[in-house]
Design a protein around this ligand. Structure first.
Ligand code: ZN
Length: 197
């Protein structure tokens, strides 16, 4: 099949034969660069505004030897993918009904995803830095201040631990794996913002 792009869908495509649902759709309508899109994405390719007919391929039907193809319509408006419809009349209606509220909604979603991605990136980076500092400290322990009382030592350690990785990560058999696991979004979060984030 070669290269394609993938559209991730909140509302699944539904197979008209078996009722099977697909939450993603692979298309050749755009640049075929293994890009990931959702409704509201700016897409590549030559189509600026219009409707492309392709075929939706149902894997469940294919498995049981049924004819697995039905039409699907990609709706593009000013290079934005505004819909993926299984009925031509609905595709036409979608194309003519894009309004400012749609655009604001997509913009808002894109900004929220970007913020979430940044938070994840910096959270992960911070944890790896703290892990690195921890290794440094193990090699090069901080000198104990001269004449420090037990109470002062306790306070100094408690203060320093505010910036350290949690104990459950430091004492894990593989701390780096624990850091990665800690910073990997759960399935639910993935559903919200697309698996490619
Ligand atoms: Zn099917």
């Amino acid at each position: 099949m070669g290269m394609f792009d993938t559209i991730h869908l909140k509302s699944p495509l539904i197979c008209p034969v078996c009722g099977g649902q697909e939450h993603s759709y692979q298309t050749h309508a755009f640049d075929d660069v293994m890009a990931n899109y959702r409704i509201g994405s700016v897409v590549g390719g030559a189509l600026l505004t219009g409707i492309v007919q392709e075929r939706f391929w149902c894997s469940a039907c294919h498995k049981v030897g049924k004819s697995a193809e039905s039409p699907v319509y990609l709706v593009v408006w000013h290079s934005i993918l505004v819909g993926l419809e299984q009925d031509f009349a609905r595709a036409e209606a979608r194309l003519s009904a894009v309004d400012r509220l749609d655009l604001i909604g997509w913009l808002d979603e894109a900004q929220r995803n970007e913020n979430r991605r940044k938070r994840r990136y910096y959270g992960f980076l911070n944890d790896v830095r703290r892990w690195h500092e921890h290794l440094e400290r193990e090699r090069n322990p901080e000198p104990v201040p001269e004449g420090e009382t037990a109470e002062q030592a306790k306070r100094r350690k408690a203060f320093a631990s505010l910036w350290r990785l949690p104990e459950e990560i430091l004492s894990a058999p593989d701390p780096l794996a624990a850091i990665i696991a800690n910073n990997t979004p759960s399935q639910g979060e993935n559903d919200q913002d697309g698996i490619w984030d």
